[in-house]
Design a protein around this ligand. Structure first.
Ligand code: UD1
Length: 427
């Protein structure tokens, strides 16, 4: 299995390209299931999760073709054509490996009048139930049946009615699923307390480009008027705000200066505010966002919350960065109940972090020391990479498949801006 080896201590500097957003890609790809015409997505990141999602679409009868980009280019163009769905089932084997597979439920149900999806089960950062996905779909007319670890959703008469649903808590995935289902409903739908993440805006904009009628995009109330059919479109995936935020932390923890080319400051304001509170200089440039850290980092007090709040997907990376701040920072995780799995690994590198329930006290230390470490999820793995960049000596991060799910060519991007980092294969 591969490992990433880092010899820490280098100050990073230069221009670093930001890829298309993983979480946007994973909700834009299933939109292709809503039409028999081709959907062409540009700026798709080259990631294991995107490949995995492509395979799932293939299983449902869609063809996926990657066009015209050279291997050395970042971003891909993929045309997905679901002329006819040959299956309406997302099997356990795929869903258990990739939770985002649940996002085919809404579109397959809307297009075919029925869909069967394996229940995803637990994952490294918590239970992550799908009850809200199901309740929202029920509210717009789906009938549900559970059997043998699967949920089957049926639209009576072959088409969803539309309806009104108010989410009791904000859910990104459930909002995506119900929006993708509602666009083809017979009537209109109102979704209240909807997630407002930029990836949801990207989804809605793509659906509108395909002929959907959605009002309130970017707010917490989405009004969707169902249409009889959608058509094909060409759409460019937004820049990855979490990847950009992660590399911003890399600049900060190494006392470096990185221009994140292609990043959109407007999508990552809470991250930028938190970086500024820690003493990092962040400026908008013509090509993206410039992050400069030339003095010591200061402590911050941050709580994760749904957008536009501070993203839970940035919590682990900030924790690594704050290990090098002067003073004690307070991080509170409000979205997932088990998202501090990186703490014991950071501790092995000399970090001083105490977890009390949902709150972590991060006491800055003078030095981090390289060590063999491994993580249980994607963002936790990135926090170890960041700690490794600032640590003395060599850090070896195993279970690289987590990173390959969400960071396009990580070691290539980081070594191009001065990191001493490489991938090693154990054969
Ligand atoms: C998405 C992102 C993930 C990010 C998360 C929160 C993708 C592929 N993944 O995950 O990277 O960390 O948003 O920003 O886009 N919940 C329920 N019932 C449900 C659904 C969710 O109780 O049916 C709970 C979850 O357990 C969690 C909270 O709601 O506590 C928010 O989860 P949600 O926004 O749904 O996260 P995902 O869509 O799974």
């Amino acid at each position: 299995m591969d490992r990433i080896l880092i010899r820490g201590g280098n100050r990073l500097s230069g221009r670093l390209p930001i890829s298309g957003a993983k979480n946007a890609a994973l909700t834009l790809m299933p939109c292709a299931l809503l039409t028999d015409e081709p959907l062409t997505l540009r700026n798709l990141p080259r990631l294991a999760d995107v490949d995995g999602f492509g395979h799932l679409l293939n299983q449902l009868g869609a063809s996926t073709a990657i066009e015209g980009t050279r291997p050395e280019d970042f971003g891909r163009v993929m045309t997905i054509r679901a002329g006819k769905l040959t299956s309406t089932e997302a099997p356990y084997d795929i869903v258990r490996k990739m939770r985002a597979s649940i996002l085919v439920l809404g579109p397959v149900l809307a297009r075919a009048g029925e869909a069967t999806v394996s229940l995803p089960g637990g994952c490294a950062i918590g239970n992550r139930p799908i009850d809200l996905h199901l309740k929202a779909l029920e509210a717009i007319g789906a009938e549900l049946e559970m059997a043998a670890g699967y949920v089957k959703a049926v639209a009576p008469g072959g088409r969803l009615s539309g309806g009104r649903y108010r989410f009791p808590v904000v859910s990104v995935g459930a909002t995506e699923n119900v929006v993708m289902a509602a666009v083809l409903a017979r009537g209109s739908s109102v979704i209240e307390n909807a997630a407002r993440e930029p990836e949801i805006v990207d989804l809605c904009n793509c659906l509108v480009a395909m002929g959907a009628r959605i009002a309130g995009i970017g707010t917490d109330t989405l009004e969707i008027e169902g249409v009889d059919r959608l058509h094909g479109a060409t759409y460019a995936v937004m820049a990855d705000r979490i990847e950009a935020g992660s590399y911003a932390c890399a600049a900060a923890i190494t006392g470096g200066s990185l221009e994140l080319v292609g990043a959109h400051a407007g999508d990552m304001q809470a991250t930028i505010d938190a970086l500024r509170s820690a003493g990092v200089t962040v400026t908008d440039t013509k090509d993206g966002v410039l992050v400069e850290a030339d003095g010591p980092l200061g402590p911050v007090d941050i709580s994760t919350s749904p957008y536009p709040g501070f993203a839970t997907d940035m919590q682990a990376q900030f924790m690594a960065m704050l290990c090098k701040a002067t003073g004690t920072s307070v991080l509170t995780e409000t979205i997932f109940e088990n998202r501090y799995m990186h703490v014991p690994e950071l501790a092995r590198m000399g970090a001083d972090v105490q977890v009390h329930g949902r709150t972590a006290l991060v006491k800055g230390v003078d030095r981090l020391v390289g060590a063999p470490v491994m993580a249980t999820d994607l963002r936790a793995s990135m926090s170890l990479i960041l700690a490794g960049l600032a640590a003395e000596g060599e850090t070896s991060v195993s279970r690289v498949y987590h990173l390959d799910r969400g960071y396009e060519r990580l070691e290539e991007k980081l070594s191009a801006v001065g990191a001493d980092i490489e991938r090693a294969s154990d054969g």
